[in-house]
Design a protein around this ligand. Structure first.
Ligand SMILES: [Fe+2]
Length: 185
């Protein structure tokens, strides 16, 4: 379940409705997906895409995405640090960044124009759509594991364009894990 952190305000949101509403106000779509049928832990990419076919089809129709694939990143993935290095500097894309998390976790930092940076920690079941042009960066949590469905409008257009602002240097990619907020009275 995604959590939001606004470091400048020392604010943390962990309630699904609050998270989705916060992100919607920033133009970022968030949904929780469950598979149409149970998935084995060792399910192949094809099985994963088949299990989420209805959600993927809806998203494709809404956003003009033409392809979907599954990425798998583990601590022993070759060139992992070099790969992460490309995405942990503030950048934007000419295409939307769409991820549905199957396993593991990661943290997106988003820098609204003229606004406060906030972090979105994502885990299994979270779909997130970061619109094209949004300034952001991404890192994995400490376990260095993520498996995710990606959707593309045009894979060729999906490369980082760096702001070179250095803003990313002021934020530690520390994941909180599931947040236990005080229950409402
Ligand atoms: Fe990105």
């Amino acid at each position: 379940m995604a959590t939001i952190r606004v470091p400048a305000d020392e604010r943390v949101l962990g309630d699904v409705e609050a998270v989705t509403a916060f992100l919607a106000a920033e133009g970022i779509e968030h949904e929780r997906w469950t598979p149409a049928h149970p998935l084995r832990a060792a399910a192949s990419a094809e099985e994963v895409l088949a299990a989420y076919e209805p959600e993927i089809a809806k998203l494709k129709a809404r956003g003009g995405y033409v392809t979907a694939d599954v990425i798998d990143v583990r601590p022993d993935t070759p060139n992992l640090e070099a790969m992460l290095g490309k995405f942990r500097r503030e950048h934007w894309h000419d295409e939307d960044e769409v991820r549905f998390i199957l396993e593991g976790s990661g943290i997106f930092f988003v820098h609204p124009r003229g606004g406060k940076v906030f972090a979105i920690e994502v885990g299994p079941g979270d779909l997130i759509r970061v619109p094209r042009g949004t300034w952001h960066w991404f890192d994995l949590c400490a376990e260095r594991r993520i498996r995710a469905i990606r959707l593309f409008q045009d894979p060729a257009g999906w490369s980082p364009r760096y702001t070179e602002s250095g803003v990313d240097l002021g934020f530690e990619p520390v994941c909180l894990g599931p947040v236990h907020l005080p229950t409402r009275a």
